[in-house]
Design a protein around this ligand. Sequence first.
Ligand code: FE2
Length: 184
Amino acid sequence: MKFSVDSFLGDLHAANADASPRHAVREVVARAVSEPEALAQAFGPLTHGHSNVLFRSSGLLVLHIVWPPEISVEPHEHNLWAVMGIYRGVEDNTFYRRTGSGIERQGAVRLEPRDTRILGEEAIHAVDVPTLAPTGAIHVYGGDLITTARSEFDPASGAERPFDWKKSERQFAEMNARWEARAS
Ligand SMILES: [Fe+2]
């Protein structure tokens, strides 16, 4: 079946009004990524990494993310529930929890096409793409992640600092440059 961004967003709005929005949103995302080829066709070839806003309001943010090969995103929190779904490649998630002095590793899960995952408001995760192939993902947040105050953590020391979007943009640019260099 053809994937339509408009009807996907319509379904997400309805799900976000549910009594348990994160579970309803997960169902919608799971339905979408259950046909990875339809998503791949709708979004086109994965040629560069980006985090594109499909919808943004104070109550919902929907991102189409293409992770460049081998990107490694440091541990961070969202302070919002989140639903992730994968339609291409691999997204390795490592989960952490706060300790008195920083964070400690709790576990890990590999997400592959058709996989979805709910993250609670308290979740702290790091994201790694362990392959030379990019990853295509949909991430949905129960609020406006872009303006939500939240932290990232030094992976070695666990030191907490405000999440830095500029740093994230620079990392995408750097990993995209590496990807292009390898492809040429
Ligand atoms: Fe995240």
